[in-house]
Design a protein around this ligand. Structure first.
Ligand SMILES: Nc1ncnc2c1ncn2[C@@H]1O[C@H](COP(=O)(O)OP(=O)(O)OP(=O)(O)O)[C@@H](O)[C@H]1O
Ligand SMILES: [Mg+2]
Length: 383
């Protein structure tokens, strides 16, 4: 009784906060109901889907919430989540699969079952080595990546025979430059017909190349889901619930202004929301408050942004500063960019190609360039 009372007191004191830069749970997720329904249904019917969006829109959180929901319903469910960000070779791909697979086994299965699956995989791999020399799974993955992946998928197929299975690959564009890894995964995924396959990524240019190029192993794979901005109608109550902690409120017009300034990206909307909670009390927010919060928050991140620009040449700085000033840029060799930077189209083209996949630049759905992080954009404008 006493414990229950104490917990109640603690929970009452802690209201909802704006979370950012983390994978969020269902309690912090604003809307995304239709997307959740679609992904859950796809997981049940062993479908194949590619989820893409600008960075920081909420892909990983959304799929994580769905995965946890599926696993909470049925203890036989197994979901393998693999993050392929920045893998540079087939070997690194296999090593990444290995660590995520063992993590998922330990997280989702009782120890006895974990041991059975690990031993199964080991004995399968041992058969491939003349003389049956035994190596650790880590060594197999790095010394014989293709054999490791083939055996792992064989094991997954076995798991899929016993219960619902999903393979979730995040930052899938990580292997966009690795033809061997793509070809092996495509072949293995094709055979894995008793599993749902969810592929996610945030570099739309690279993903487009992987799924729309006829020569690419994943050409035409699965169905698409693009995560778009959350509607103002859904975000206003979400914001007010969190602002109420400090007696601050926001109406739809100012919320729309704030969301537009944050490029419609939930991560940055929440970051600015959190900054406002930390710096304001008892007020009805105006557009002026939003401008001021953006400026002071950007200023507080000065050191971080200065180091992000470390190594950028003077001309590259001119380039990103011009993009920041213009907001969106259709062509980085266009007249406005030439005027803004004082650089020639040839030089601009060279810099643009160089920075195309740099994390600070992004492309919108109309293929126009912009600075993804609105605080960074503000910092560049103030520079
Ligand atoms: N539905 C949502 N409601 C409110 N905030 C959200 C929502 N989805 C995402 N966010 C915000 O976005 C942040 C980033 O979420 P998440 O890491 O899932 O996005 P992502 O698209 O996977 O990002 P990345 O492209 O960097 O991998 C969260 O920490 C949270 O602040
Ligand atoms: Mg993610």
């Amino acid at each position: 009784m006493l414990i229950l009372y104490t917990n109640m007191c603690i929970n009452q004191g802690v209201g909802k906060t704006f979370k950012f830069d983390v994978i969020i749970g269902e309690e912090d997720m604003c809307d995304r109901e239709p997307e959740k329904k679609r992904i859950l249904s796809l997981m049940k019917r062993n479908g194949r889907i590619i989820i893409y969006s600008l960075r920081r829109m909420g892909k990983t959180s959304l799929v994580d919430v769905c995965s946890k929901k599926m696993r909470s319903i049925d203890s036989e469910v197994f979901h393998l989540y693999v993050d392929l960000s920045e893998v540079a070779s087939l070997k690194e791909t296999a090593v990444r699969f290995r660590s995520h697979y063992e993590f998922a086994l330990k997280e989702q299965f009782p120890l006895k079952k974990v041991k059975i699956h690990i031993n199964d995989l080991l004995s399968r791999l041992k058969l491939d080595i003349p003389g049956g020399v035994e190596l650790s799974l880590e060594k197999y993955a790095s010394l014989q990546p293709e054999e490791y992946l083939m055996s792992l998928f064989q094991e997954l197929r076995k798991i899929g025979e016993k219960g619902p299975l999903a393979l979730i690959i995040d930052e899938f564009q990580g292997i966009s430059g690795l033809n061997d890894a793509q070809a092996i995964l495509r072949r293995e995924v094709k055979k894995l017909d008793n599993a749902a396959i969810v592929l996610m990524g945030s570099n739309q240019r690279l993903l487009y190349g992987m799924f729309n190029n006829k020569k690419s192993p994943f050409f035409g794979f699965g169905e698409d889901l693009e995560l778009k901005p959350i509607s103002i109608g859904d975000y206003v109550p979400y914001m007010n619930e969190r602002f109420s902690e400090v007696n601050v409120s926001i109406d739809s017009e100012v919320a729309a202004y704030m969301m537009e300034k944050m490029n419609g990206i939930p991560n940055y909307i929440n970051e600015l929301g959190s900054w406002i909670v930390d710096t304001q009390t008892r007020t009805q927010l105006t557009k002026g408050h939003i401008d001021e919060a953006l400026e002071t928050a950007a200023h507080s991140k000065k050191g971080r942004y200065e180091s992000a620009l470390y190594g950028y040449s003077i001309n590259q700085r001119k380039f990103v500063k011009a993009v920041a000033k213009m907001g969106v840029v259709k062509s980085f060799t266009g007249k406005e960019m030439v005027l803004e930077t004082g650089l020639s189209p040839t030089e601009l083209s060279r810099i643009g190609k160089n920075l195309e996949d740099a994390p600070i630049l992004s492309r919108d759905t109309e293929n126009r360039f912009f600075i993804l992080d609105p605080f960074f954009r503000k910092f560049l404008e103030m520079m």
